[in-house]
Design a protein around this ligand. Structure first.
Ligand SMILES: *Cc1c(COP(=O)(O)O)cnc(C)c1O
Length: 457
């Protein structure tokens, strides 16, 4: 018999998690204003809010923590991180930042001006926030297939070349750069093909534009290229990663994703002049050039994590666990974004709760239901997260309303995935009873989903 699939690691340390009763959860979610971000973590049994900073570090990463050099300037930890970034991505210049959005803040302080247009593939919420905060506009150029959850296109993160050309033809002078998100978080953790990255580079070259990769999940993207792009079947992950980054001028990275650490980020680049300009803002916002908001021990753990995160066996374990949960849900007939993404399963809330009005926040309603069912915390990727239009102040209703179940790296077992799948099935079986959605009581003007207060509609 063929041996079954299993994890490429064993467990050396454990953390207790506790179940709760329905009555407790009903009280807690009401007290949290029906916003799952406002729950205490101990009120959650299985936490799939995010895969960001929630991964389990390895024994080698913890050893690196002990070796951290906490010198203010010129720490060996900085050079260790620099070497790892160069080896893995090919970028020879880098600035450490405390996380991904800080990298965006520093870089966009140099590059984004009022009235600019920034084309890309479904910009991540903090990326869009940092663009709109500077009175510029994010233009979504993702391929149409990404918006049909039942379409099984292998690279739904791809940039549509016609949409991109259209923006550049009409207003090239307003475009400071093109940004490609790997993998495409907002459209379902969907990868971008190597062919597409090459094409974006060619278009950018024609218009002399900078290409930036928002590369939080570049390793998962490389894994999908290896599996799904014929030419790359026999190519090692690290070789694929190097080719991917050869098509970019700059990268921003949230190390809390594919570098499997709890905090950290960086900007990688080649251009000396851009490095100098970014350095000014890095010192102002983050810290001196050789630590940028990170402790030496964090930089050591990131360096080690970059190697572990690009290991094929690790990636295989990781992505297959996400797929396992997705397949269980599909067997129950639950509508999910297909193919299953790299870091999360995206449940199509519009098809799950078709009788609920979009004005009553279908995905948020579903997120609350699964929390009540089993103490499982997911997150809404829909109208709440989409914020209001910065000009008209009307609610924006995106084409997709998702409940995202993000799987932390190396944390939960497939038994936990079974609990999540059955919990969702139970809600699915009683979905006709879910007739009331949510309404907003209080909201912030930007990135409102983190702090919004809700009540039953
Ligand atoms: C998480 C993430 C960011 C922001 O990074 P933080 O570390 O959370 O600040 C940016 N882009 C993408 C695609 C992300 O997933």
């Amino acid at each position: 018999m063929e041996l079954p699939f299993s994890e490429s690691y064993r467990i050396k340390m454990v953390e207790t998690i506790r179940k709760s009763t329905l009555e407790e959860r009903q009280k807690w979610i009401k007290d949290a204003k029906y916003n799952l971000f406002l729950l205490k973590s101990e009120q959650v049994f299985i936490d799939l809010l995010t895969d960001s900073g929630t991964g389990a570090m390895s024994d080698k990463q913890w050893s690196e923590m002990m070796l951290g050099d906490e010198s203010y300037a010129g720490a060996s930890s900085y050079y260790k991180m620099k070497e790892a970034i160069f080896n893995i991505t090919g970028f020879d210049r880098f600035l450490p930042t405390h996380q991904g959005r800080a990298a965006e803040n520093v870089l966009f302080s140099v590059l984004v001006k009022e009235g600019n247009l920034v084309p890309g593939n479904s910009h991540f919420d903090t990326t869009k926030g940092h663009i709109e905060f500077r009175k510029a506009f994010a233009v979504d150029c993702t391929i149409e297939e990404a918006f049909d959850t039942s379409c099984t296109h292998p690279f739904k993160g791809n940039v549509d070349p016609e949409k991109l050309e259209d923006v550049l033809k009409k207003s090239a002078d307003k475009v400071p750069f093109i940004i490609v998100t790997l993998t495409n978080n907002s459209a379902g953790g969907q990868p971008v093909s190597m062919e597409n990255l090459r094409m974006v580079r060619q278009i950018a070259d024609r218009y002399r534009k900078i290409v930036i990769f928002d590369a939080a999940r570049f390793a998962e993207n490389a894994y999908f290229i290896k599996l799904r792009e014929e030419k790359y079947k026999g190519v090692p992950i690290r070789t694929i990663v190097l080719e991917m980054f050869s098509y970019a001028d700059v990268m921003t990275m949230s190390s809390k994703k594919d570098a499997i650490v709890n905090i950290g980020g960086f900007i990688g680049m080649r251009d000396e002049e851009l490095f100098r300009q970014c350095s000014v803002f890095n010192i102002m916002f983050e810290g001196y050039l050789t630590y940028g908001g990170l402790a030496g021990r964090d930089m050591n753990a990131i360096a080690q994590g970059l190697y572990e995160g690009t290991d094929f066996e690790y990636l295989d374990t990781r992505v297959k666990q996400v797929e396992y949960l997705g397949n269980r849900l599909m067997k129950f007939g639950i509508p999910v974004q297909q193919p299953i993404g790299g870091h999360a399963v995206f449940v199509d809330a519009k098809r799950f709760l078709p009788d609920l009005k979009k004005e009553e926040f279908q995905a948020q309603t579903l997120a609350i239901q699964i929390y009540l069912e089993a103490g499982v915390r997911g997150v809404e990727i829909g109208a709440l997260m989409a914020d209001r239009d910065p000009v008209t102040r009307e609610n924006r209703f995106p084409k997709l309303e998702f409940l995202r179940l993000a799987i932390p790296r190396r944390v939960y077992t497939n038994n936990h995935m079974d609990v999540v799948a059955i919990a969702l099935k139970n809600v699915f079986d009683r979905r006709k009873e879910v007739t009331r959605g949510m309404k907003i009581i209080r909201e912030a003007s930007i990135m409102r989903h983190f702090t919004v207060e809700l009540d039953l509609a």
